[in-house]
Every structure is written in C-alpha cells, then in structure tokens.
Design a protein around this ligand. Structure first.
Ligand code: FES
Length: 100
C-alpha cells in the first residue's frame, strides 16, 4: 500500500513519518507521540483542528483540517495549534487562617 509523508510541526520542531491512508491523520499524529487535543473524533467539536502548511485542495478555501476525519491522500505538512490558556476568574473570597 502506498505511503504518504506526514510532516507535523509542534513547538517549532518538524516531525516526519510515513503512513498509509488506512488511519486518520489524528491517529497518525498520536502514533508519532505528539500531543494533540481530541474529543469527539467525529469532526464535530473541532478540538483536533490543525493548520495545513502545504497546499491542499479541500474545496473549502480554508487552511485547516480536522485530522480526526481526514485521511492521507498525498504528502502533507500540518502544524498543531498551541493549546489555549484558560484563565478562570473567581469572585469567591478565600480566607486563610494562620496556623499557630
Ligand atoms: S476530535 Fe472533535 S473534531 Fe476532531
């Protein structure tokens, strides 16, 4: 079976491996032991969204894909988006009692 080159940029470092089209790109990235978010694994939540660095012809006019529902059909380079930093604001007052 034909294999395609998958380049994955994570934290500015390029990781490369070859895969067939059997598994989703998400499964390929996970097998490369790279941290990638996922949740639904059905293309609904967009948690796994990656930026496509190489030219693709998905007909959608976007530069990202959902790797959980995408399989390789050509060589491709993608970048894992940094995880968003979630800052939780609280209005609760916490009292700390000193220990004597
Ligand atoms: S894991 Fe939900 S869209 Fe990919």
């Amino acid at each position: 079976m034909k294999k395609y080159k998958l380049n994955v940029i994570h934290d500015g470092i390029k990781h490369t491996d070859k895969f067939s089209s059997d598994n989703s790109i998400l499964e390929c990235i996970e097998s490369m032991m790279l941290p990638i978010s996922s949740s639904c694994r059905r293309g609904r939540c967009k948690a796994c969204k990656v930026v496509v660095k190489s030219k693709i012809h998905n007909g959608l006019g976007v530069n990202y894909i959902l790797p959980c529902i995408t399989h390789l059909s050509d060589d491709i380079e993608v970048e894992i988006l940094p995880k968003p930093i979630i800052i939780k604001k609280t209005h609760r007052t916490v009292t700390i009692n000193p220990i004597y």
